[in-house]
Design a binder for this molecule. Structure first.
Ligand SMILES: Nc1ncnc2c1ncn2[C@@H]1O[C@H](COP(=O)(O)OP(=O)(O)OP(=O)(O)O)[C@@H](O)[C@H]1O
Ligand SMILES: [Mg+2]
Length: 237
C-alpha cells in the first residue's frame, strides 16, 4: 500500500458575508494515497472547489487539521502556503488559462519562470510528448482545439514535477470524447508516474473512472465509494 499524501480531519471553510455565515465546507475527513485518482462530485455550490482549493493549499481552512505531503498546513500564512505548493502541486483549470501570445512550449515553461527556475528544452519536449503534443510546440493557443489546449494546461502543470495534480472541472469545457481522452491521460499519469490526481467534475461517468468517488452535498461528504466495488456489487445483484 502506498503512503498517504493528503490527510484532513474536520475540515471547515466558512465565509462571513455581513451577518451571514456561508458554510462552504462543514467538517470533512479525507485521506488520499499517493498515486490515487480521487474525483469529487456534487451539485453546484456543494463545496467541490472549496474542498479542492483547501486540499491543494490554495486556501486555508477555517477549522480542522490538514497534512499535505508531510506538512501540517492549517494556520499557515499565504507565503508559507506558497512554499508548500512549490514543486508539490500542479494545477489545471477549466478555462485552461493559456497566454494567447505565447506558443505551446512557452506556455508550458511559464511556471518555471515564475519559480525562477531554468527552462530545459529537452524536458519541455518530454512533457509535450507525454501529453501527445509533440507536433504542436510552436503553435499559438488559438491554433489548437479545446482538448489540445487542456493538454497544454496539463503539461504546464506537470513541468514543475508535482506529486499531486489538481484539476477543477478539467473536462467541463470539452465534448465527451475529448473529455474521455483527458481522463485516459490522467489514468496513465497516475499509473506510470505515480501522480496523485484530485479532480472535480459534474460528469458522473468521468467521475466513476477514478479510484475513489467522493460526493459532496452542502459542504459535507455524503458518500465515498470505490467505483470498482460498485460494479462488483452490481454484478452480484
Ligand atoms: N469567496 C466566497 N465568499 C462567500 N461564499 C463563497 C465564496 N466562495 C464560495 N462560496 C460559497 O460556498 C459554497 C460552495 O462553493 P464552491 O465554489 O465550493 O461550490 P462548487 O461545488 O465548486 O460549485 P460548482 O459546481 O458550481 O463549481 C457556495 O454556496 C458558494 O456560494
Ligand atoms: Mg466549483
Amino acid at each position: 500500500m502506498s503512503n498517504i499524501i493528503i490527510e484532513a480531519h474536520g475540515l471547515k471553510r466558512y465565509y462571513q458575508r455581513g451577518s451571514e455565515t456561508v458554510k462552504a465546507l462543514d467538517g470533512v475527513d479525507i485521506s488520499i494515497r499517493e498515486g490515487e485518482i480521487v474525483s469529487i462530485l456534487g451539485p453546484s455550490g456543494s463545496g467541490k472547489t472549496t474542498l479542492i482549493n483547501l486540499l491543494s493549499c490554495l486556501d486555508a481552512p477555517t477549522e480542522g487539521t490538514l497534512i499535505v505531503a508531510g506538512k501540517a498546513v492549517a494556520g499557515l500564512s499565504e507565503d508559507q502556503l506558497v512554499e508548500v505548493r512549490r514543486g508539490v502541486l500542479g494545477f489545471v483549470f477549466q478555462q485552461f488559462s493559456l497566454l494567447p501570445t505565447l506558443n505551446v512550449a512557452e506556455n508550458v515553461e511559464l511556471p518555471l519562470l515564475f519559480l525562477g527556475l531554468k527552462t530545459d528544452p529537452k524536458k519541455t519536449k518530454e512533457i509535450l510528448a507525454s501529453v501527445g503534443l509533440t507536433d504542436r510546440a510552436k503553435h499559438l493557443p488559438r491554433e489548437l482545439s479545446g482538448g489540445q489546449m487542456q493538454r497544454v494546461a496539463i503539461a504546464r502543470a506537470l513541468i514543475v514535477g508535482p506529486k499531486i495534480l489538481v484539476a477543477d472541472e478539467p473536462t467541463g469545457n470539452l465534448d465527451k470524447a475529448t473529455g474521455q481522452s483527458i481522463i485516459d491521460l490522467f489514468k496513465r499519469l497516475a499509473k506510470e508516474e505515480g501522480l496523485t490526481i484530485l479532480l472535480t467534475t459534474h460528469n458522473t461517468v468521468f467521475g466513476a473512472e477514478a479510484d475513489r468517488v467522493i460526493t459532496l452535498e452542502d459542504g459535507r461528504i455524503v458518500s465515498e465509494v470505490d467505483p470498482r466495488h460498485l460494479v462488483f456489487d452490481t454484478v452480484l445483484g
